[in-house]
Design a binder for this molecule. Structure first.
Ligand code: ATP
Length: 425
């Protein structure tokens, strides 16, 4: 079915105000290349949605009506483009001299069974737009030189954007691919949108049918990670539960009210952390997941991990099992206690609400962790301590002394060792 344009709308002016000029130039160039081969080329998906929301998207998706290899040949041979090998889903990364693009053959999909990966077949743009997740993501911009910049919006995605609703393109959408529900949840949080009536009915239906039991655990886990990365974990997970998805994550089937408070504190702590330690990257999804696992039973979390085919990093698991944290009294002993902890573990320990931990954890991360002993084994040998266990012991004691604030430089270290009887003048 060709796309009927009652009133062609050019979005070039709008695009010019937001998109980098190099993107627009390259889109024109690529559109000309496709037209010379008698192929249709379109910019599609989230970047157009974002344009109407006044944002610049990060992913630039192109859809080609034509053979990928034929289109790539002149680009690679004459214009210095690189391209990755196409995936089984007829998609590839196109590496231009200035920009990278996600290029896909326009395709249709059929699903051998609910929640399975689709079989894809070459098709036209209309079919390609219809297989997409939501109407707001099913818009395209024509790149043909005669129509460059014309918006193709056969499902009225722009109206949905204005009405702030997320509507599916057909009633089997979530049954085909339930990850779309989790994508929808992310969009609803990011853009403050509600599900449209068809999407809501379809979601309730597939959840009642237990669709997520048919989805592979690894695909589910990938989507959950995106969700756990969102900036306001409490709001995200409250909506997750309100949509009836609580069974998909530990602790959310019947959440403990203390979990919500802890999530609230965790997001504040994460902001502080990123400001205080910009050089120490933090994995926010691992922190949120640790908190959820803390509020679940060991059997429940193991069941989820197995289903996701995920084995937690050893340090993360160690921190989880050590919660709630209990650092011992002196500054040196607390530093030794915190030393193996991951940043995520420390934040979760603090998010559990024990104010007493806060000073020792912050002191460790801000000061003690950055300390370097002013002496090493070689210097201690020069001072007369023989190699062997005595040397190791002396270094360990010096480390404690430094953490306790008793030594700051070599001179003080020497003096400290003599007062402890480990060195003789
Ligand atoms: P984001 O800003 O989060 O990257 P996006 O819409 O660009 O949003 P992508 O994951 O890059 O998200 O997907 C690009 C486009 O591919 C989407 O806009 C949508 O049209 C389509 N798409 C992605 N995943 C699905 C899916 N599971 N089912 C149907 N269409 C999808």
């Amino acid at each position: 079915m060709p796309i009927h344009l009652a009133h062609p709308l050019s979005i070039v002016d709008k695009a010019q105000t937001l998109w980098p000029a190099s993107r627009l130039h390259e889109l024109q160039f690529l559109g000309q290349q496709a037209a010379q081969l008698d192929m249709g080329l379109y910019l599609v998906g989230g970047v157009l949605r974002d344009l109407f929301l006044g944002r610049v998207g990060l992913d630039w998706d192109l859809a080609l009506e034509g053979d990928l290899q034929e289109f790539l040949e002149p680009l690679q041979n004459q214009y210095g483009y690189g391209a990755e090998k196409p995936s089984p889903f007829l998609t590839l990364r196109l590496l231009g001299p200035e920009n990278h693009w996600d290029l896909a053959r326009c395709r249709g999909e059929c699903y051998p069974q609910p929640a399975a990966l689709p079989r894809v077949y070459p098709a036209d743009l209309t079919t390609d737009l219809r297989r997409r997740d939501f109407r707001i993501n099913a818009m395209a911009m024509d790149l043909h030189p005669d129509r460059f910049g014309t918006l193709l919006d056969p499902y009225d995605g722009r109206r949905d954007l204005a009405d702030q609703i997320l509507e599916v393109l057909h009633h089997r959408s979530f049954q085909d691919d339930p990850t779309r529900i989790l994508r929808g949840l992310r969009f609803s949080l990011r853009f403050d949108m509600d599900l449209g009536p068809l999407a809501k009915t379809c979601m309730d239906q597939v959840l009642a049918d237990g669709i997520f039991a048919m989805l592979s655990g690894t695909r589910l886990f990938r989507e959950l990670q995106y969700l756990l990365q969102l900036p306001q974990p409490r709001q995200s997970l409250e909506r997750f539960c309100a949509w009836g998805l609580g069974l998909l994550l530990p602790a959310l089937h019947a959440p403990d009210p203390r979990l919500w408070q802890a999530l609230e504190r965790l997001s504040i702590l994460q902001h502080r952390w990123q400001k205080d330690f910009p050089q120490d990257p933090l994995s926010s999804w691992l922190a949120v997941l640790m908190l959820l696992c803390f509020f679940s039973t060991p059997e429940e979390r193991e069941r989820h991990w197995q289903h996701w085919q995920w084995s937690p990093p050893a340090a993360w698991r160690r921190d989880l099992f050590a919660l709630p944290a209990a650092p011992p009294g002196s500054a040196a002993r607390a530093a030794r206690y915190w030393r193996p902890w991951t940043p995520e573990g420390i934040l979760v320990a603090l998010a559990l609400g024990d104010e007493r931990l806060s000073n020792s954890a912050r002191h460790y991360w801000k000061i003690q962790r950055r300390m370097r002993l002013p002496v090493d084994g070689k210097i201690l040998q020069d001072w007369g301590i023989p190699p062997g266990p005595a040397l190791g012991k002396a270094l360990e004691m010096l480390q404690d002394a430094q953490w306790n604030g008793e030594i700051h430089d070599q001179h003080e270290a020497y003096h400290w060792l003599t007062t402890k009887g480990l060195l003789h003048r």
